[in-house]
Design a protein around this ligand. Sequence first.
Ligand SMILES: [Zn+2]
Length: 441
Amino acid sequence: MKKFKCIIAAAISVITVFSASGCSSIIKTDDPFQKEMHQSESRWITDVCETEDGYYILFGSYAYFIDKNTKKTALLCTKPECAHNDETCNAYLSGYTIFSTADRLFYSNASYVEENGEFVNRGERLYSVALDGNDRKVVQDLEFEPSGNSTYSTPILHKGYVYFVYCGILYRMPLGGNINENAEALWGNEVEKDDRQIFDSIPVGHSFTLWADGDNIYVMTNVQQSDGTYKDILYAYSTADESVKEVWRTPNADTVGEWTSAGVEVSKWYIKDGYIYFYLSGGDYWRCKLETEEYEKLADTYEKTPYGKAMFNDEYMCLLNSEPEDKSIPGYEIAGSYGYDFNNLIGGDTFFVYGIDGSFKCGLSLGSLYEELPDLEDIAPVFIDDNEIWFVAQETHYTGETGVMQEGFLPVGGVKTYDFTLCCVNINSGEITRVNSWHRE
Ligand SMILES: [Zn+2]
């Protein structure tokens, strides 16, 4: 059914190339891809972007601004008398991706729009607001036909173009352009021939992660192999010569040694200067030169911690020691089998900081936080910038009876409430700053 829809959409898009009269207002910008901001592993802080003055984060459905100097955090709404509790609030972005240019903040969201008293599905669209949260505008559509389920990538901005995946095909269009007039298909037809059957066999939405480095746009996807395991496969589109090729796939254990989920996916990766850097939880820290497929182990991280969550920027690789969640819970294997699985590690009390080249820098203890926050259960890395590692500390408060198994599925934990505290730790001083916190029932 999904395939059928895509064919229809392709046909419509061909027709509209000749007949569309929709307007476009292309926005000129040379902004590079903000790759150091695409690292969040927090279920609550889903994305971050940076401007000269500060950071914008999405917590829940709301956007916040953090001043870089003072670390003061404010909801992105200056509307007088706003209760900040529904979609009329300027800070209510409800998106899952954000990026910025010099004077605007952009986010994508699946749109149901009220038209003539009815809610109409307008599909995934890119919006923008001014940096103070005012002046919300629709920038462009990200789906040829609103389906609600065909976009499996978050769009990225690279040198004036928005790159996005629709129905398994990589497109680009100028920022502010019209999808029917300006979108160019770059990649996907080869996949249609060779791997589409495999794509269709994946039970839950297929994911594509977009990335950019230099002149290349990368698409990471996760494909089921004939032996039933999943592998990350990386394609590169060159904006210089417009070629597309597969440049990397998850190596086998005979190349990089065993890791926790051998033959499945790498724990975390980062692309810089033609290399893919990746950490293998249960293994070590590696890189591969994409042009020559030469592998190089950069650090024996297993000596510091057997498992962990890795996070990168251009300068550092930080590793949070954390432990696999209790896999004896019935249902875990089902929940953990979807390929990308960021959330199967929990806890952590030390960041091991490496240069991106693998040179060990220091260990940063989070022990004092566990003393201050007795119900601290999990640490989720969010981003690294300017010698600071940002993370969310999650406290889970249980009241009532805990640990009761419900019908052989997930345990009932009594009544739970949560406190999420956004913190940062300075790599040079080890000082921890608690920046902002949120309470959730
Ligand atoms: Zn508000």
